[in-house]
Design a protein around this ligand. Sequence first.
Ligand SMILES: Nc1nc2c(c(=O)[nH]1)N[C@H]1C(S)=C(S)[C@@H](COP(=O)(O)OP(=O)(O)OC[C@H]3O[C@@H](n4cnc5c(=O)[nH]c(N)nc54)[C@H](O)[C@@H]3O)O[C@H]1N2
Ligand SMILES: Nc1nc2c(c(=O)[nH]1)N[C@H]1C(S)=C(S)[C@@H](COP(=O)(O)OP(=O)(O)OC[C@H]3O[C@@H](n4cnc5c(=O)[nH]c(N)nc54)[C@H](O)[C@@H]3O)O[C@H]1N2
Ligand SMILES: [Mo]
Length: 702
Amino acid sequence: MNAPTFSPAELAPATQDTKVVRAACPHDCPDTCAMLVTVKDGKAIKIQGAPDHPFTQGTLCTKVAYYLERTYSPERLMNPMRRIGKKGEGRFERISWDEALDTIAEKLKGISASPHGAQAILPYSYAGTMGQVQGSSMDRRFFHKLGASLLERTICSSAGKAGMKYTLGASVGMDPERFDEAKLIIIWGSNPITSNLHFWSRVTAAKRRGAKVIAIDPYQSLSAEKCHQHIAPLPGTDAALALGMMHVIINEGRYDRDYVEKYTLGFEQLKQRVQEYPPARVAQICGLDENVVVALAREYSSMSPAAIRLNYGMQRHTGGGIAVRTVACLPALTGAWRHASGGLVLATSDFYSLDVNALERPDLLPYQPRSINMVAIGDALLEAQPAIEAIIVYNSNPVAVAPDSSKVTAGFAREDLFCVVLEQFQTDTADYADIVLPATTQLEHHDIHKSYGHLYMLANNPAIEPLGEAKPNSEIFRQLAARMGFTESCFKESDEDIARTAIGSGRARMGKMTWDALKREGWQRLAVPEKWAPFAQGGFPTPSGKCEFYSAALEKQGVDPLPFYNPPVELPHTNPALAQKYPLVFISPPARNFLNTTFANMPRFRDQEGEPTLELHSTDAAARGIKDGDYVRMYNDRGSMRLKALVNDKPRAGVVVARSIWWRKFAPDGKNANEVTPQRVTDLGGGATFYDCLVEVVREVD
Ligand SMILES: Nc1nc2c(c(=O)[nH]1)N[C@H]1C(S)=C(S)[C@@H](COP(=O)(O)OP(=O)(O)OC[C@H]3O[C@@H](n4cnc5c(=O)[nH]c(N)nc54)[C@H](O)[C@@H]3O)O[C@H]1N2
Ligand SMILES: Nc1nc2c(c(=O)[nH]1)N[C@H]1C(S)=C(S)[C@@H](COP(=O)(O)OP(=O)(O)OC[C@H]3O[C@@H](n4cnc5c(=O)[nH]c(N)nc54)[C@H](O)[C@@H]3O)O[C@H]1N2
Ligand SMILES: [Mo]
């Protein structure tokens, strides 16, 4: 197994009065960096990437390089607080931990004993930290034992995950570390320079070796502009493009017969299906030239190894699940999986075999509670029956990140809703809390991490003591469990016990990994070969063991078992009536200096992003009399907001882009991109459809 060969002290020499601690970046990003923190007199004085980590190689992104500034920010929440102002106003007074926890426990007991029971309580969490200890262990046990409503954690990746499951069997794919030896790289619905930086290093290594790099993105992102070719289809039309490519590849006999025969299911049906997608039709759907589609197919099937990096941008549309499923058929058709540097990857999450049941303990559920989809939290808070009476938010900032803000804020403003927020900072969501509890940062607690963009496990050792009265999420739920009278031994596990539980014993690819070795060494590769072609000889984790062009599981659910183009609901050619009022497609992908809304409160990063902007193509701007630098109002039936126009031709014509996610309270009009986004969910996986959104834009007359 690939393991570190240096001690932290050799990498970042400690002096007599300093120590160096191995840590892991906790943020929601595929890279999950290995870090080193230097500590002097109990204070963290330096943070850096661990140079010995094979994937992240000693560099941190622009945001996490300033993690000490975040940790020691004067804005950190240091004490429990109780609201004294109106909901949303943000006025609080300090209370003790005992008072805070007693109040919460009493409230939860009261609701549990009421006619609707504990199902009127809802946890709301996402990936503020991706750590198993602080993100999905003690918290989950607590809510399971309580019998609270279950939360469907769908806001980011569930459409793509489902798409992968029905084609490849799970969230698996090629090792992202191996892209450096690919000859053709397609970066499809992904902007790695912003959101997957260390993957981009692999791309540049491949470029140096002569690889061709193509971006498929309706927006000329920082990454797209550095590729050899940028193909800009209309948002949400990727499945059509992939079907057009398959049409060319199959009809021109460019597929790998041997691979298809041995390791795929449903080729004959797929062959028939793709006849419905000749390049001319596909070109029309995608808003591309026919010859671009044909050339892409020919290049993809003739250059080897060919590697596709999908990311989550392309699945934030109503047809996003099927779109991912459809694109995922390509490498099996061409046999690209034969090579360690060929194939496709969206996420590597399911290569890990953590003991999820032991971490989360679903067996503690007293009954099968209802589930609430986090995407539609606005509607759920306003309409769910029985009503949600208490919401406990941690690792998430729903008031800013969930779609259809006017519903979300109306829901959180309900006077009869008891709201608790565990946070590091006074977010837009914390402003609506009845009780705010101060949470530790990654420097102050233990954790254990997998990654969704490489194949290493990481340990996080605390570098410093908790600041102020902050506590780890795990400890907060542990103390709440005690107050609720939960006596199971799992509620007594320490954070390090939980890390051990996560690894389990002798589970599949965890090999001989132990927590003690991991925390000492910081990171370990899963027990897989260095140059690993996971599906070179099939072995897909599908029911058939093959790559399923034809999915009987989908058919059983009444879904078309073959790949198809499932169009966005809000696209001019699929919804001409709506497009009459709102003709522009709006997408709001990550800003480089923000991490969702994390870091977006720090002056350093707000200053770098400037102010909320809307990027437009010059034809769309000209048609509306909008000039670069004008203020504009963007609106649809769901809401409206003010932005500064950047007329830069980076979005393709018909598409407008607001890099996100701003805190509402830091935007001049107190709104962000989610003012206009829909709560509608995707075809598979119940995912969010942030980028399936039509708007109109007008120049503000001031
Ligand atoms: N700096 C930074 N890094 C981040 C984040 C962040 O907020 N900031 N967020 C993290 C998180 S939570 C995630 S999930 C990942 C997301 O990582 P990515 O998936 O890479 O990010 P997105 O911006 O959502 O998508 C990338 C690109 O998809 C394009 N796109 C939008 N719609 C379509 C479409 O229909 N088809 C195609 N082909 N392209 C489309 C967008 O224009 C964008 O350039 O990044 C993580 N990393
Ligand atoms: N318009 C639009 N909206 C989007 C997206 C988009 O592209 N466009 N992207 C979507 C995506 S991909 C995602 S993943 C979601 C992200 O949505 P969220 O997961 O809500 O992500 P953040 O906004 O970063 O909020 C995370 C919060 O967790 C807190 N936190 C961090 N660590 C800890 C901890 O240890 N304990 C506690 N208690 N709190 C902690 C941080 O301070 C931060 O406020 O947003 C989605 N929303
Ligand atoms: Mo995400």
